[in-house]
Design a binder for this molecule. Sequence first.
Ligand code: 7TS
Length: 404
Amino acid sequence: MLDIQNIRKDFPILQREVNGKPLIYFDNAATSQTPQQVIDVIVDYYSNYNANIHRGVHSLSQEATDAYEQARLKIQKHFNAKHSHEIIFTAGTTHGINLIANGFSSLLKKGDEIIVSALEHHSNIVPWQMLCERTGAILKVIPMNENGELIMSAYDALLNENTKLVFVNHISNALGTINPIEYIIKKAHAVGAAVLVDGAQSCPHIKPDVQALDVDFYVCSAHKMCGPTGVGMLYGKEAWLNKLPPYQGGGEMIAEVSFEKTTYAGLPHKFEAGTPNICGGIAFGAALDYMNAIGFDAIATYENELLDYGTSELQKIEGLKIYGTAKEKTSVISFNVGTIHPYDIGTILDKMGIAVRTGHHCAQPIMDFYKIPGTVRASFMFYNTKEEIDAFITALKKAIMMLS
Ligand code: 7TS
């Protein structure tokens, strides 16, 4: 059992008001809130040991380097990577995907096939389309059904000896569907294809074990799991990371440079050109500490309760349709009410202090599938409560009355 009232005290932002009403923050799938424990780590870094890393002989640089590398070890342990050099610090999920898509430019040829799913965020579609333009590879799509689940028999039929890469999110940001990535990975490996899993939405809710999954690449963003924006991680199997060329050139990623020839640094530095988000990386480690202290099992159990409660309360509202009714899903509820535009509902809810996201959620193909312009999306984290859901339902009913 989580002590939610105590947990809520860790989040200063949850104490504030918006438009004269206590903030109810249900836009966690876009970005999560930051606990004081992580804010303190950021303040401590800039107050006490802000310095560039991996290059200074002086004490501040050493301290910053130690803290940054400690954070890498925390991430390695959290995701159960075999080696710490398989963890690459990135600017976030989008950066991690682009890094891999760029790397595969030199490994794919015309006629090779790569597979994406119908449930992806634009950041797990567009970089692959760009890769296809560069290489002549062909993009295939795993279709979805009305419940927002991927159709695995169709996936099986897409796989063949030309398939080189499969990329799929672990959890859909627009619908909350948990995809059967174990099956997807196993089947891809059977034809010799590599798999990239976009974990942007899964990492706040579950603890992936990259070795048990046998996944080739796994990416996520710290800001969706109580950490700061502008930092994330890419896990890659050592053999793959050695095979891929560097993404960006610059300081830190080289062994030796001359005008005749440059040799690259080993992992992980080969993929970490330039001064990174040092403070962000350290704070990412602190965010993992914070969430692990609460415990991912307890988080999942509680968030499932919120999901079940929110779903059953919303279903009582006449004319409300929930998009995404997969058997396996996390605490994301996307919905529309009659013909009311989602933006209008979101605007009125905001006037009542309630933050939801409206629109296509950077997943336009999903909206096209349902033939809708967008949805209202409420997404819960472990610091939300049933009382907040009650207040949200009351506010939503008011909004519907005003707009009908
Ligand atoms: N992949 C998925 C599944 C996502 O949900 C997001 C962000 C990204 C990739 C991109 O992450 P970034 O940190 O690099 O921006 N999703 C959302 C969302 O649902 N609302 O705002 C951002």
